[in-house]
Design a protein around this ligand. Structure first.
Ligand code: ADP
Ligand code: SF4
Ligand code: MG
Length: 379
């Protein structure tokens, strides 16, 4: 799936500016928390980023890091008790605090979301064609025939063979991969400027995943839409996006051009994610978790949230949350105080193995000595 990656402009990540004028989406200091019986859960903290038309951004992190909540905040899909602060400019309009009615309009044809489970957005009692047509006429004043034509064209564009026949079928008559394509068709039929795909391929087998990713890429290239691709899988991010944004405990801990982040990660957490991709792994291989668990999001302790799991942690890391600073130039940023010392975990793993082998050799030598000594005694 080779394709020319877009150049990433330096200004795209000038997060000190209130908003980047030519960004399609400009998020500043997004904070999201949920009042619960146990206390306030702070799911997203101080998230700022920009996304331009035609750009593909990969948001990556372990489960619970705030990826979906960030996306739902942009879509205006969080419960009404949710506390949301910050600013999200989309196509020149502020989304935070926007009246429901206007938000619904934007959800229809400005921003579209593709979810992990297609059955959450496909209605089992209507044919796929009928649902797609309804989504289209809700935002376009067109005849039935024109809507039908658009449905067939869209099914074809997402790689569904025999679109005419397929349009007359019900979701349960589709295979998993085809259902996912139908859902992508639903998301793109109104030609959204931004497509948010939240782990859209996780439940599919590797070959189908690759096909779906390719379909999304082709759609993006044809329409110049921006894509926000959410996944726990760095392999997927490397395959389909231009820029990677790594989240941990609700905040961005590293961001930069995807290949630079993979080659020279500047945050131990990212290095851990990379180190846990098996070398022979294909797209969609599950990560081996980094030892330890993410922190509680109620009363988040001061300091670096990754410190309890970090092999490089030291006293100063617990003092205050490190800022997101420029590393390797202004478009690659990290929240690690000691980013210059970060090595890829596979190098660290090799060191640990060497050390372990040395210790084992010492133990074997000691055992041999003890054995020889006991033989001496017997003699
Ligand atoms: N409605 C809610 N009420 C309380 N906590 C929530 C709610 N929705 C999400 N969370 C919590 O917010 C955190 C981030 O969740 P999420 O964004 O779904 O993570 P992920 O990165 O896996 O998509 C998790 O700890 C989750 O339990
Ligand atoms: S700031 Fe300290 S604890 Fe946090 S990632 Fe860097 S070295 Fe580890
Ligand atoms: Mg999620």
């Amino acid at each position: 799936m080779a394709r020319a990656k877009k150049a990433i402009a330096t200004a795209a990540t000038d997060l000190s500016a209130p908003h980047t004028a030519d960004a399609l989406l400009s998020v500043r200091d997004l904070n999201v928390s949920f009042p619960t019986d146990d206390g306030l859960v702070t799911a997203v903290r101080n998230v700022s980023f920009d996304l331009r038309a035609g750009e593909a951004l990969g948001i990556v992190g372990e489960s619970g890091s705030g990826k979906s909540v960030s996306a739902m905040a942009l879509m205006g899909l969080l419960p009404s008790t949710t506390r949301i602060a910050g600013s999200v400019m989309f196509d020149g309009k502020e989304l935070i605090g926007m009246p429901d009615e206007d938000q619904r309009k934007i959800r229809g044809n400005g921003i579209a979301m593709i979810f992990q489970d297609p059955m959450t957005s496909l209605n089992p009692v209507h044919t796929v064609g009928k649902q797609l047509a309804e989504a289209y006429v809700a935002h376009n004043d067109v005849s039935k025939d024109a809507a039908r034509e658009k449905v067939i064209e869209t099914l074809k564009a997402v790689g569904i063979p025999q679109p005419d026949r397929r349009a007359r079928q019900y979701p349960h008559e589709f295979s998993g991969g085809m259902r996912q394509r139908a859902m992508i068709a639903m998301a793109v039929i109104n030609e959204p400027r931004l497509i948010i795909a939240d782990e859209p391929t996780t439940a599919l087998d590797v070959t189908v995943q690759a096909q779906i990713l390719e379909t999304l890429q082709a759609l993006q290239e044809n329409t110049d839409a921006a894509i926000m691709f959410i996944t726990h899988d760095l392999g997927v991010v490397a395959a389909v996006t231009d820029r990677a944004q790594v989240m941990y405990a609700g905040t961005i801990v590293e961001t930069g051009p995807v290949h630079e982040v993979l080659r020279t990660p500047r945050m131990p957490y990212t290095a851990g994610l990379i180190g846990s991709i098996p070398k022979t792994a294909g797209i969609g291989t599950r990560l081996t978790p980094i030892p330890g668990a993410p922190p509680s999001l109620i009363n988040i302790a001061p300091g670096c949230t990754f410190a309890p799991r970090c092999y490089m942690a030291r006293e100063v890391c617990n003092e205050a949350e490190p800022p997101l600073v420029d590393v390797n130039g202004p478009i690659h940023k990290s929240r690690c105080l000691f980013w210059e010392e970060v090595t890829r975990v596979d190098a660290v793993a090799a060191e640990i193995e060497e050390e372990a082998a040395a210790v084992e050799a010492q133990e074997a030598a000691a055992e041999r000595d003890a054995f020889a000594a006991s033989n001496e005694e017997v003699r």
